[in-house]
Write a new protein. Structure first.
Length: 408
C-alpha cells in the first residue's frame, strides 16, 4: 500500500506539493476550510478544517485516521507550523517538538529566546498599550518597526518615523493581532535575505539564499511590503556560513533541531547577520516550488516530503547542482476595481520569462497595498548574471499595467 501524506492547506501555492506527492506515488490527504480550494483537485481525500484552527484540524484528522493510516504531515506556503506539529504529535508522526514550534507563533517569545541565548537580533520592546508604544519608540529611537507578535504575511507591520501618528499605528497593528502583544524593533537599514533550509541529523543545512528587495519602501511606508528579490544571493560563501550559523543557533535557542526552518535575515550596522524572525515552514511566493529548483537545482519540497514520512534525507540532496539567476518582482496596482490588465501577452512571449502569474482579472477588486497578500501577481525572469536577472524582472513588472477604476 502507498504511504499517505497529509498536507495542511490546499491553496494555490500548495498545488505543486500535491502534484509532487502524487508523482512520488503517495496517497495525498489535504485539509482546508475552503471545500473548493484549488489543491484539492490533486488530493485523494479532502478534510474540511481551518488550517489556523489547530484544535479543529486535529479533531478532523483524528477522525479520518481511525480508518485511514497517515504516515506523514507537512505544509508549504502556509504559516501554520504549530498545527502541523500538533497533528504529528497526536498521530506519533515525525515532526518538530510542538512546544518548540509554538515559540515560532509568538515573536515576543522568539526574540526573548534569542536574547537569552546571545543570538543576534535587532533590539526590541514588547508593548500592549499606546503609552508603552510611545515609551518604546523613545527608548529605541526612530525609525522603528511595529508588528503584531502573532502576525502573518506582513499584516499590521509598520515602519514608524518621528512624524508617524503613534495612536493610529497602535490601532492599526493591534487590529491584526489576536494575542494583544505588539513588538517594536530597532530598524536595521542593511540588506535583507530570505534563507530556506532544513535540519538533517541535527545540523542546519541552508539550501537557498535570496536577496530581498525593499527599494519601494519610500512609496509604501508606513507599510512594509517586499517587492521580490534576486537569487542566488550576491553575498559569498563566508557571509553565507555566518548566516547559516546564526540561523542554527537561533533555531536551537527555540528547541528546534528537526525539519524546515525559514529565516528572515538582516545585515546589521556592523555588517553582521541578525535574525529578524524564523518560521517552521517552507516559504510562500513560490520560493520553494519555483525559484529554488530553477536557481539551485535542489528539490527541497521533495526532501521535506521524505523527511515528513520518516525517511532519512541525505544532505547531498540539499547541495546546489547549478547556479542560475532569477529575478522576481510583484505587481502593485492602485486600489479599485480592475478594468483591464495590459502587457501580459507581451511579457509571456519573452524567452527569459520563467513564470508570469497575474492574480487579478477584470472585475476583481484590488485592495490597498498594506501587506504582502494585497500584491496582484508576480513575474520571474532569468538572467545570465545577477544584474541581468534583476533588471529583466524590473522591466517585466513595469510592462504589466493594471487599468483600475474607483470602486466607491
Amino acid at each position: 500500500m502507498p504511504e499517505t501524506l497529509l498536507i495542511i492547506g490546499a491553496g494555490l501555492e500548495q498545488v505543486p506539493a500535491y502534484k509532487l506527492a502524487k508523482a512520488k506515488g503517495l496517497t495525498v490527504v489535504g485539509t482546508d476550510m475552503d471545500a473548493g480550494a484549488p489543491a484539492f483537485e490533486f488530493a485523494d481525500h479532502k478534510l474540511i478544517a481551518s488550517t489556523r484552527d489547530m484544535a479543529e484540524t486535529c479533531a478532523v484528522v483524528a477522525e479520518f485516521a481511525k480508518t485511514h493510516p497517515v504516515h506523514g504531515v507537512m505544509t508549504i506556503a502556509n504559516d501554520v507550523p504549530y498545527t502541523v506539529a500538533k497533528v504529528a504529535e497526536m498521530l506519533g508522526l515525525p515532526g518538530a517538538p510542538a512546544d518548540a514550534v509554538q515559540r515560532l507563533t509568538n515573536k515576543g517569545a522568539m526574540k526573548r529566546a534569542f536574547d537569552q541565548a546571545g543570538v543576534a537580533t535587532p533590539a526590541f520592546c514588547e508593548v500592549r498599550t499606546p503609552a508603552a508604544l510611545k515609551a518604546a519608540c523613545a527608548a529605541l529611537k526612530f525609525p522603528v518597526i511595529l508588528k503584531p507578535s502573532d502576525g502573518r504575511g506582513s499584516k499590521g507591520v509598520l515602519y514608524l518615523e518621528k512624524d508617524t501618528d503613534l495612536d493610529w499605528a497602535f490601532g492599526h497593528a493591534m487590529a491584526a493581532c489576536a494575542n494583544g502583544l505588539l513588538l517594536v524593533e530597532d530598524f536595521y537599514a542593511g540588506p535583507q535575505l530570505s534563507v530556506e533550509g532544513m535540519f538533517v541529523d541535527g545540523t542546519y543545512h541552508c539550501v537557498a539564499y535570496a536577496d530581498r528587495n525593499y527599494s519601494n519602501l519610500p512609496k509604501t511606508k508606513p507599510y512594509i511590503v517586499e517587492d521580490g528579490g534576486t537569487l542566488p544571493s550576491r553575498f559569498g560563501a563566508d557571509m553565507q556560513e555566518k548566516i547559516r550559523a546564526v540561523i542554527e543557533a537561533g533555531a536551537n535557542a527555540l528547541g528546534l533541531t528537526w525539519g524546515v526552518v525559514k529565516a528572515d535575515i538582516v545585515l546589521g550596522p556592523e555588517g553582521e547577520p541578525a535574525i529578524i524572525e524564523l518560521a517552521g515552514r517552507l516559504s510562500g511566493n513560490y520560493l520553494a516550488t519555483h525559484h529554488i529548483p530553477f536557481a539551485y537545482g535542489v528539490d527541497l519540497v521533495g526532501a521535506v516530503i521524505d523527511l515528513s514520512l520518516g525517511h532519512r534525507v541525505d544532505p547531498e540532496r540539499l547541495q546546489p547542482t547549478r547556479q542560475r539567476y532569477l529575478g522576481v518582482r510583484y505587481f502593485f496596482p492602485p486600489k479599485g476595481r480592475v478594468v483591464a490588465v495590459h502587457g501580459a501577452a507581451e511579457v509571456e512571449a519573452l524567452d527569459y520569462v520563467h513564470e508570469l502569474l497575474v492574480y487579478r482579472k477584470p472585475g476583481d477588486l484590488q485592495g490597498a497595498i498594506e501587506s504582502h497578500g494585497a500584491r496582484a501577481g508576480t513575474v520571474m525572469a532569468e538572467g545570465e548574471t545577477y544584474e541581468e536577472a534583476t533588471v529583466r524582472a524590473e522591466d517585466c513588472a513595469a510592462r504589466i499595467q493594471f487599468e483600475v477604476e474607483s470602486a466607491e
